[in-house]
Design a protein around this ligand. Structure first.
Ligand code: NAD
Length: 362
């Protein structure tokens, strides 16, 4: 006779805040955007997007009818200050009472900048796995520096996830963006403010993304895999919103903001190396990551997923120069942020060297 499983005796104590946000998820959900806009009391909506999402933005505008008063389609990575100024001039001219941000993190980032500066409510329609739609984190880049902050006013009031909108996401972008989403969940698991709910979201987010992404890459038209990957990205974004990110995010922001590295791909390249750096300092979190990836260790599982998704690019191939490694390491140790293992210049430099040269097995 087998005995019943023993009860876990770990004390359960936690605290968290969930902002009110209406989430509409499912293939075809874009048709419900008008209801979301009505629910947010918006009557004159400016849609912001990237040039590549123009056709989808036009379809969204058509669905909104006379509630859509304009489309600003020049959103760009890392939300440059000059672009925010241009978009604010458009706000001045059209006088919208709300913003719909449609696209990846760049479009949603611009929407958040308008929510911050023009105090307009925001509805988001994500088309990548960036996760920005679920957070109150904004970022604006002036010169070499990306300033970021947390403000509940920039968090979208409603989010429409339509997996059909991700079908056009080319495999390399889907792979990089998916690894970006996994990075949120990995750092959420070892965050100092992790608690049972963020851990639940993070674990399931990693599991869904790790199983769905290879299918998305193999068969880009597979809507079921797209749905599962997008759902995983949503959960990972929830875990991101509930916790404070560590070295991995800091390093990606430095490489993106100061050296112009592409956001999602930089996440995808660095993640196994930062996990290896933190592995022994975050034993429980790393065993959760390994279990969610069905791998022996977290760094090995992340490296295997990276391979399976065809991500072989190095920081050198992205245009980073040898002289940038020291400067990036210096910037990455500046400022206070939590990380399981103490962050040193040499430690960061070693991570960067491997990601630069593309060696290392975990
Ligand atoms: P992105 O928004 O720049 O999109 C990358 C490219 O993919 C763009 O050219 C875009 O037009 C195209 N694209 C988007 N959706 C597509 C689709 N469905 N089909 C085909 N092409 C598509 O990149 P991203 O990785 O989504 O976002 C990166 C930005 O998001 C960074 O600036 C990052 O800092 C920010 N971000 C912010 C948060 C936050 O919480 N504030 C979280 C994650 C990322």
């Amino acid at each position: 006779m087998t005995s019943p499983p023993r009860a876990d005796s770990t004390p359960v104590t936690f605290a968290y805040t969930l902002r009110p946000v209406h989430v509409e998820f499912g293939t075809g959900a874009l048709t419900r955007l008008r209801d979301m806009v009505n629910g947010a009391d918006m009557e004159r909506v400016l849609i912001v997007t990237t040039a590549g999402r123009r056709a989808t933005a036009a379809a969204a505008a058509q669905g909104l009818g006379d509630r859509a008063i304009g489309v600003f389609d020049r959103a760009a990575p890392h939300v440059p200050e000059a672009l925010v100024a241009d978009a604010l001039r458009e706000v001045e001219r059209l006088r919208p009472d709300g913003v719909v941000a449609l696209g990846g993190g760049s479009a949603i980032g611009l929407g958040k900048a308008l929510a911050l500066r023009a105090k307009l409510p925001l509805v988001a329609v994500p088309t990548t796995y960036s996760g920005s739609e679920m957070t109150a984190v904004w970022g604006i880049t002036a010169g070499e520096r990306k300033e970021t902050g947390r403000d509940p006013r920039v968090a979208p009031l409603a989010v429409v996830y339509d997996p059909a909108l991700t079908v056009g996401l080319p495999p390399p972008l889907a792979a990089a963006s998916g690894m970006n989403a996994i990075a949120h969940a990995v750092e959420a698991l070892y965050a100092p403010d992790a608690q049972p709910l963020s851990t639940l979201f993070a674990r399931e987010g990693i599991r869904l993304l790790a199983t769905a992404l290879p299918e998305v890459i193999r068969n880009p038209a597979d809507v079921t895999a797209r749905e599962r990957a997008f759902y995983g990205a949503h959960l990972a974004a929830r875990s991101l919103d509930l916790t404070t990110m560590g070295l991995h995010h800091k390093l990606c922001h430095v490489l993106g903001g100061t050296f112009g590295m592409p956001h999602a791909l930089t996440h995808a390249i660095l993640l196994p190396h930062v996990a290896a750096f933190n592995e022994r300092a975050a034993v429980q979190a790393m065993s959760e990551v390994a279990a969610a990836l069905a791998a022996s260790t977290a760094p090995a599982g992340l490296a295997a997923l990276q391979q399976a998704l065809g991500i072989t690019t190095t920081l050198r191939e992205l245009g980073l120069r040898p002289a940038d490694l020291d400067r990036a390491a210096e910037l990455a140790v500046a400022g206070a942020y939590p990380n399981p293992r103490p962050v040193t210049r040499q430690g960061v430099r070693a991570i960067l060297e491997v990601a630069y040269a593309g060696a290392a097995e975990h």
